[in-house]
Design a protein around this ligand. Structure first.
Ligand SMILES: *Cc1c(COP(=O)(O)O)cnc(C)c1O
Length: 432
């Protein structure tokens, strides 16, 4: 889709949503949308990018958008699901994923969580040597059909966002491959545990160039080859390559695509594609970010000093990381008339502020946009991932509804509820 096609599609969704009162200045000041046609296209691009000769499970990283109806849709499209807590595991099971379609990664799995995962047969990637000992204890008392792997940290370094770089020399995740003695300990761990048949790495969740990610995966594949050569048997049968494909938050450009990434992987780690290893992927951002947006009414506009400010209903409660780390997580904003139609006109630098009671609650600073007026709508773009799953519960603001939308047989747009809006009573219920 070109940039203008994407803008037209959003305008169509927004005007239909206004007409259907899914967003309304009285009782729905804020609403989020997931374009399910876009999700279908993105997933088929992912599935096409990997050759048919290699068995692959594409496990969606649930933390990116764990709404159960959305997870169900992903399952219908042939995805698996990567989870990192008991809550996400419950969501994946509620969405109907079978245990074999679920991968459990977390650096802090409790004994109870491990027992549950191994009992169910969910794939488990152990984060550290102590976790492996816990798995030993559980397997001593019961057998399990789980595939079990170890998360290694290939220590290839950071991308441009420190907080989402997971393969630095000192990362909190996985077993650091190059630390003194770890290679020997890992080899022993595999030798002593014939059930340890997978290896996992995830280099970063945004900000990592493709070649850095591919280098990390190449080291992971080389590790698998070394273990198998040292043990004299093909014990490692599968490689989980994580996620992290970068998303362009500055435009409607969807490059680099999954096909580009697979080409980089082929260049750096050809052994991954011989068919000897099964592959798991764990993409989040790249599957959902660009297929969602969040719309909010402009309540007031004002100038303060020289500064033009639009006070809207979208702030840190729906875009926490953008508000708190604006350099790392910028979001595009589009301006719309009260009907939802795209607003045109001379561009004026405006701050797009949220409703929360702290000065830093800003989605964008000095953003050139057609002059906004009360009753207009702003849309925060590319919020399909890591927004609905990361609410900020300050000022007792409710979480907005999330609507899925797809094209019906007659070309009409059909909305379906993925999450209902929180009510004030819901919010009181937690603390009354
Ligand atoms: C967050 C995470 C992912 C997904 O990363 P994206 O950037 O959303 O693709 C995959 N695997 C693990 C282990 C993660 O923590």
């Amino acid at each position: 889709m070109t940039g203008s096609q994407a803008a037209q599609r959003r305008e169509r969704i927004l005007t239909a949503a206004v007409r259907q009162r899914l967003i309304h200045p009285d009782d729905a000041l804020l609403a989020a949308f997931v374009d399910l046609d876009g999700v279908t296209d993105t997933i088929s691009a992912l599935q096409r990018a990997f050759p048919d000769s290699v068995p692959v499970l594409h496990a969606f990283a649930a933390k990116a958008n764990p709404l159960v109806p959305l997870l169900k849709e992903l399952r219908r499209l042939g995805m698996g699901c990567e989870v990192a807590s008991a809550g996400e595991l419950a969501q994946a099971l509620a969405a109907g994923f079978t245990p074999e379609q679920i991968v459990f990664d977390s650096p802090a799995k409790t004994r109870a969580e491990l027992r549950q995962a191994l009992e169910l047969g969910v794939t488990v990637n152990a984060d550290n040597f102590q976790e492996l000992d816990r798995i030993d204890d559980i397997l001593a008392t019961r057998s399990s059909t789980s595939q079990i792997g170890v998360r290694i940290n290939p220590q290839v370094g950071a991308g441009s966002i420190a907080g989402s770089s997971t393969a630095t020399a000192t990362s909190k995740f996985g077993i650091a491959l190059e630390d003194d003695g770890n290679m020997e300990r890992l080899l022993r761990a595999y030798r002593d545990r014939p059930w340890l048949t997978w290896v996992h790495a995830h280099v970063g969740s945004q900000g990592c160039p493709l070649d850095l990610i591919a280098q990390g995966i190449a080291k992971t594949v080389a590790f698998a080859e070394k273990v198998n050569a040292d043990l004299g048997r093909r014990q490692i049968v599968g490689i989980d390559i994580g996620g992290g494909l970068p998303v362009d938050f500055d435009s409607d450009n969807t490059a680099p695509g999954f096909d580009t990434y697979v080409a980089r992987l082929r260049a750096h780690a050809p052994a991954l594609f011989t068919g000897e290893y099964r592959i798991v992927t764990e993409f989040g951002h790249s599957l959902l970010s660009k297929n969602g947006f969040t719309a909010a009414y402009v309540e007031y506009t004002k100038t303060s000093g020289q500064r033009q400010i639009a006070i809207t209903h979208a702030g840190a409660q729906v875009a926490a990381r953008t508000v708190f780390q604006p350099e790392s997580w910028p979001l595009r904003v589009s301006a719309h008339h009260p009907t939802g139609a795209n607003k045109t006109g001379p561009l004026v630098a405006q701050d797009i502020a949220g409703p929360l009671c702290f000065a830093g609650d800003l989605i964008a600073r000095a953003r050139p946009l057609p002059a906004l007026a009360p009753g207009d709508i702003v849309a925060l773009l590319d919020t399909g991932a890591y927004c609905f799953s990361a609410p900020f519960h300050f000022n007792t603001l409710p979480e907005p509804a999330v609507h899925g939308v797809r094209t019906g047989p007659d070309g009409d747009l059909r909305f379906e509820l993925l999450r209902s809006a929180q009510t004030i009573d819901d919010l009181l219920g937690n603390s009354a």
